[in-house]
Unconditional design. Structure first.
Length: 441
């Protein structure tokens, strides 16, 4: 059973700003849907897509991991961008001679781009020029309808052309290649729809603190609040710890699993598809190649339940294990019975080229900050020392719906930062109707 996203009941559950944005999405404008973490951007997009033909209006994602989770394709593969080898112009010339790219671009009516903040300006510009050339139109994006979704106050762009990733260190004077800094952003004539109402966080005090942290502000109120959440490391903590690096995460999870009695039950993920695509899926899939479980292991569900009983990020304790089903007592108190599920990697044409099947869970004593983006955690412990990217601290802290479920091992003011370009962007670009928009001086 699945939720009918076109029903009047679901429509009545939209917030006022979601309903306003939906009316714009159903019009003809190019749109940028943005807002703080937990403001319902993904839910709104799923609602809008329920009435669209995804063959004519595909979902594209900025990273492979995001594409697998949303059932879409990567932006780079769709437009034949690769890693922008040789520069923007060389990439455009090569893509415009690619028959498959020509066919794709000419057949669609538009597209949705998820997590736009992680795409650089030159990458976006290359795709826009490709669209105009292949569609023989001087209109922005060659007349295609463009819907971009994301929050620039979260993780910054990945610069594929220079091997610069979201977690790389940069000098303080080196400006990031944010998409909105490139002329292509203004040229795209995006109608900005800012979602103000929080659908994840219902804790007014914590929401106020999160808004300050999103701005990069560390005033006395923020200091006092974060200090009040500092606790010594607790072996009995029932929740997920976030680390900035994958190695720390894997080491912590395996050590916690080893501390439980008995031998682990091992479930190998079953991959199928073309060899190269399978290797790509191994890197992008939200589940491990080999899943090790024991009773009383803490796990995270990595898929949204169509019936709304859990979400991507819901955590709980494994209570029973069979070859075909896991019984999990969620931290919310609900009991979930989870069967094996498939995650697919789509090629640029929307065809499944690789898939992986296993229980859609991962060990949840720890996760990386990067992989937690887009998920809602039940309980959280995080170390906010030595973070280096703008938005990292905000992404970590905004994973829980209430400050009551937050524990901090340690923190430093220098880890809470926001790019000044992002502050200026939201000050200048958000409609005046969004009177309570964060990121103000």
């Amino acid at each position: 059973m699945s939720i009918d996203l076109s029903s009047d009941d679901v429509l009545s559950e939209l917030t006022s700003c979601q309903a306003r944005a939906l009316a714009v999405l159903r019009g003809g404008d190019n749109v940028f849907v943005t807002g703080a973490a937990g403001s319902g951007k993904s839910y709104l997009v799923r609602y809008f897509l329920a009435s669209q033909d995804i063959r004519r209006f595909p979902v594209l994602a900025s990273t492979g991991a995001a594409a697998v989770l949303v059932g879409g394709r990567t932006f780079h593969s769709f437009f034949g961008l690769g890693i922008l080898e040789g520069g923007v112009e060389a990439t455009i010339e090569k893509a415009c001679k690619n028959r498959q790219v020509i066919k794709r671009v000419r057949e669609i009516q538009g597209f949705i781009l998820d997590e736009v903040s992680m795409l650089s300006g030159p990458t976006l510009r290359a795709a826009e020029v490709i669209c105009r050339r292949l569609r023989a139109s001087d209109a922005p994006w060659g007349g295609l309808r463009v819907v971009m979704v994301g929050d620039f106050a979260q993780l910054p762009p990945i610069d594929r052309a220079h091997g610069i990733g979201a977690h790389s260190r940069r000098s303080s004077g080196d400006s990031r290649a944010w998409a909105f800094l490139d002329p292509v952003w203004e040229w795209s004539a995006l109608n900005v729809q800012y979602l103000q109402t929080q659908t994840r966080c219902q804790d007014a005090e914590y929401m106020r603190i999160l808004n300050r942290i999103r701005e990069g502000v560390v005033d006395s109120e923020v200091r006092d609040y974060l200090d009040s959440k500092v606790v010594p490391p607790m072996a009995s903590f029932s929740g997920t710890r976030l680390f900035p690096r994958r190695e720390e995460t894997e080491r912590f999870n395996l050590s916690k699993l080893a501390s439980l009695p008995g031998e682990p039950q091992v479930f190998e993920s079953v991959f199928s598809g073309h060899a190269k695509a399978v290797e790509q899926l191994r890197k992008a899939a939200p589940i491990p190649d080999v899943l090790q479980l024991k009773e009383n292991a803490l796990v995270m569900i990595r898929q949204n339940d169509p019936m709304g009983r859990w979400v991507n990020g819901s955590t709980g304790w494994v209570k029973a294990i069979t070859p075909t089903q896991l019984t999990i007592r969620l931290l919310s108190g609900r009991v979930a019975e989870i069967e094996k599920a498939a995650f697919s990697l789509l090629d640029a044409d929307g065809e499944v080229v690789a898939s992986v099947t296993n229980f859609p869970v991962s060990l949840a004593w720890a996760s990386t900050i990067h992989k937690s983006q887009g998920s809602t955690l039940d309980r959280l412990m995080v170390n906010l020392k030595n973070l280096w990217e703008p938005g990292q601290a905000y992404v970590a802290l905004s994973r829980v719906s209430t400050g009551h479920e937050l524990c901090i091992e340690s923190w430093t003011p220098s880890s809470i930062r926001v790019d000044e370009d992002v502050i200026r962007f939201y000050q200048n670009s958000v409609p005046a109707a969004a009177a309570e928009v964060p990121l103000t001086p």
